[in-house]
Write a protein that binds this ligand. Structure first.
Ligand code: ADP
Ligand code: MG
Length: 606
């Protein structure tokens, strides 16, 4: 269904203390008009929009009245874009990023999306976010500083996309807020790559696009309804903080500013052109110059084609900004005329990541299946090759055997004919069946015209006789017989071969057993040797010890004898000593009595 783009104007609170001297903007309901001081509106400068928010309006109210529908539609599968357009310092960033007390549109949209998808139980969602800036017509990744000057590509599969832009898959609002913060972007906007002042200056010269890609798929209820469970919806939601719309070049800026100004002017001009063309109605929509700037190219799907769009035009109330405000309001009026024809992106192409992942999985599964089958086939082929080779070998063996047998048989023929003079016999004299068991010499005599055959040899060589016929004389029955004999012989040969194989196998195993036994025997021998060694060493020790013991015993006996001798000597000595003592005692007594006698004599002499 065709619907107009939702356009609102937001007037920020006045920053300067000065009160207006000539004109002022008056807001009544959804209308904003320039008034002469204490007077009526100036004609031609009164604009009506979907909403006009005065300076007391909060971000919460702006979100509720202007953006919420776009966000909810995005969850339902519609592309959506919310722009903030206006001159520098008119409140674009305040509206998009908000303040700590009053979070902006991005913050609210993120919360809202996750709240809403939690309430939808019959679909599963996959959400990706990215954040980029377009500065001097170059795209830089605000989530990854290293991703600078990224190109735009277009493919059937993915549509228009920025190559190399980091896309984060997110599961909850907090994760997104953290990403925005860690991406050095905080609320309100402070990109820490640049000094704050620097950033403010830069942010007014770059467009920033926060993008959410919402994919959803009906949860398979098992109803088998292929179309409803398989349909994947992909919607892209852009939240865009545009560069300042004031005409910098006009203010006489030079150098970098002039360059920046040219790019801003160019891209906003292209945006204006695109909006103009779109607003001119379907008839003149032949060529929309989306490709003229990166901004319009990136936002192409969200502008006029298949999207719900809301534009918030921020204006400054001060008199000094009247001209810029007029410009902004004119842009807003043109935008108001755009009709969009939004429809759910129920999808179809392989653009959906979910779909792509599914396809990839299917592809991998197919490849795996293919690999498995290939392996199986290879194995079968190998098997086939082997059996073919075996068959060939078998055939060769058989041929060889047949040749050997044939030569054997003809050799045998030659030798037997030499032995029994068969060559003199008529070529062929078939014996009637009834005679086959008859070993009657008379009959043989008659039948063979007096020739007496060697009956023993005749009975044991029927096959040889048949074999000796030249090939052209072989009748079918003979040939069959030959084949039978051959096959019997071959059977015997193969049996023999099998036996030989078996013998070889048993020989092999015997060899192995023999080897094992020999090893064991060697081991035992070694053990025995070492035991013998130990025993001989032990017996040596024993002999040595016995010798030692004997010596000791000898010594001991000697000692005992010596002791005995000594004892005898002591006895003798003590006897001698006692007699000597006695004789000494008697001498002593004699001597004593002599002295007393002398003494007594002496005393008498005096
Ligand atoms: P822009 O992004 O358009 O250059 P900003 O959002 O940075 O402008 O706003 C400029 C100044 O005005 C900032 O200090 C901001 O906090 C303040 N401001 C803008 N709009 C509002 C508003 N509606 N209410 C309160 N303060 C505002
Ligand atoms: Mg800003």
């Amino acid at each position: 269904m065709a619907e107009k783009i939702c356009v609102a104007v937001r007037v920020r609170p006045s920053i300067s203390e000065e009160s207006p001297s000539g004109t002022f903007w008056k807001i009544e309901d959804n209308r904003i008009s320039l008034h002469k001081l204490h007077c009526t509106p100036i004609s031609g400068l009164s604009y009506a929009f979907d909403h006009v928010f005065d300076e007391s309006c909060s971000n919460s109210k702006v979100y509720e009245l202007l953006t919420k529908d776009v966000i909810h539609a995005a969850v339902d599968g519609f592309n959506g874009t919310a722009f903030a357009y206006g001159q520098t310092s008119s409140g674009k960033t305040f509206t998009m990023n908000g303040s700590l007390n009053d979070p902006g549109i991005i913050h609210r949209a993120v919360n809202d999306v996750f709240q809403k998808i939690q309430m939808i139980s019959d679909r599963e969602f996959l959400i990706r976010v990215s954040y980029m800036e377009i500065y001097n017509e170059e795209i830089n990744d605000l989530f990854a500083v290293e991703n600078q000057k990224l190109p735009i590509h277009e493919s059937l599969e993915r549509g228009i996309f920025v190559v190399g832009l980091r896309e984060e898959i997110v599961n909850n609002a907090e994760q997104v807020i953290k990403l925005l913060e860690s991406g050095e972007v905080t609320f309100p906007t402070v990109n820490r790559h640049f000094g704050e002042t620097n950033m403010n200056a830069r942010s007014s010269r770059s467009h920033t696009i926060f993008r959410m890609v919402i994919e959803s798929k009906g949860i398979d209820t098992g109803s088998g309804d292929y179309s409803s469970s398989d349909a994947i919806r992909v919607s892209v939601l852009n939240l865009v903080d545009l560069a300042g719309s004031e005409r910098i070049a006009k203010t006489g800026a030079g150098g970098v500013r002039l360059k920046e100004g040219k790019y801003i002017n160019k891209s906003l001009m292209v945006l204006g052109n695109v909006i103009n063309k779109l607003s001119n109605g379907a008839k003149q929509r032949a060529h929309i110059p989306y490709r003229d700037s990166k901004l319009t190219r990136i936002l192409q799907t969200a502008l006029g084609e298949n999207a719900k769009t809301s534009i918030i035009c921020t204006v400054a109330p001060e008199e000094v900004h009247v001209e810029e405000t007029k410009g902004t309001l004119q842009f807003a009026s043109r935008a108001k005329r755009i009709t969009n024809c939004a429809q759910v992106n129920e999808i179809l192409t392989d653009a959906a990541l979910l779909k792509r992942q599914q396809l990839e999985i299917e592809d991998l599964r197919r490849k795996l299946q293919y690999e498995l089958e290939r392996e199986k086939l290879e194995m079968e082929l190998e098997e086939e090759r082997r059996s073919h080779k075996e068959r060939e070998q078998c055939i060769r063996d058989q041929q060889l055997k047949i040749e050997n047998l044939s030569s054997l048989v003809s050799d045998g023929d030659r030798s037997s004919s030499q032995r029994s003079n068969y060559s003199e016999l008529p070529d062929f004299s078939p014996v009637p069946d009834s005679f086959s068991n008859v070993a009657d010499e008379d009959t043989w005599f008659k039948m063979n015209k007096g020739y007496i055959a060697d009956l023993d040899s005749l009975q044991t060589t029927p096959a040889r006789k048949v074999q000796s016929f030249p090939p052209q004389d072989i009748t079918p029955s003979k040939h069959e017989e030959e084949v039978q004999i051959n096959s019997r012989l071959m059977g015997e040969i193969s049996e023999l071969k099998q036996e030989l194989d078996l013998s070889n196998n048993s020989l092999e195993s015997s060899k192995q057993r023999y080897g094992n036994l020999e090893r064991e025997f060697q081991k035992l021998k070694d053990e025995r040797d070492s035991l013998l060694q130990t025993v001989s060493e032990s017996s040596k020790n024993i002999t040595f010890l016995t010798d030692q013991k004997e010596n000791i015993l000898k010594d001991l006996n000697c000692e005992v004898q010596r002791r005995k001798d000594l004892e005898a000597e002591i006895k003798q000595f003590s006897v001698a000593f006692a007699s000597r003592q006695r004789s000494l005692a008697s001498i002593h007594g004699e001597f004593k009595s002599k002295i007393e006698k002398l003494r007594a004599e002496n005393l008498v002499g005096y």
